[in-house]
Design a protein around this ligand. Sequence first.
Ligand SMILES: [Fe+2]
Length: 294
Amino acid sequence: MKLTPLTDVFGMEVGDVHLTPDLDDETFAGIERAFEEHSLLLFRNQEMDEAAQVAFSRRFGPLESTLAGVAGAGGEIVRVSNLMPDGSLKAPTSHLALFVRANLFWHTDSSFKATPAKASLLFARIIPEAGGDTEFASTRAAYETLPAARRARLDRMIAMHSIAHSRDKIDPTATTAEQRAALPPVPQALVRENPVTGRRSLLIGAHVTDVVGLEISMSDALLAELEALATRPGHTWRHSWRAGDMIMWDNRAVLHRGHPYDEVASRRLLTRTTLAGAGPTVEAGTIIEARSRT
Ligand SMILES: [Fe+2]
């Protein structure tokens, strides 16, 4: 297994590994260690059908199932695509297409769930000739560059996360009433710790509505400052996909966002599996004063 850095602060390309069902335990353990340490792993020239992707992903732990109201609901594979299940193109103004467009904002997968995701694995199957890059940013490097006194203050903060919030920025109709009811806002610690390495990161992104206890203007300013810190030059990796690429990233340590592509004239299909987190980031019994954002 050969590791080549993608940036100075996070991310490794992993060479000389084929993610086949007979991958030996020693190599797998090496992948797991590299993932915890480097936050993002890129494997090129892989071949795997959806069942093989699910099987490989499960070796890391339990998987999340997909959202209610989305194609393939309740399954373990999310199709990140402009294609309908029958292979036809989604209408660019359709509910499904609008829903996906919110992924162009920096975000943390599943941070709107009480237990946010540990990691996401995205495998490229059909890739357009241009566009559709995915960009990643290290929220761990951002946290670690802050002065100790500032980190200590952030360590105590809690933010509210809601999927409707990120979707409403695209279109207030992008989230259905069923989805709003199924996924009400949840509290998350603003700083999340990796229990294996003990290293901390900022849990931020488009699903955050506000930081609890701060005036909205102060909360907006803080969140914008932290996102700018995390996504500054040198702390990001922009990936141009090729079919056969697999990227596994640590949602406890990186933000990511999509980039647009021609959804009408090209075809794109990536499949995602998502590793479930170990538990909520806010201690049970913590009282949060709810307020509605105006
Ligand atoms: Fe995402």
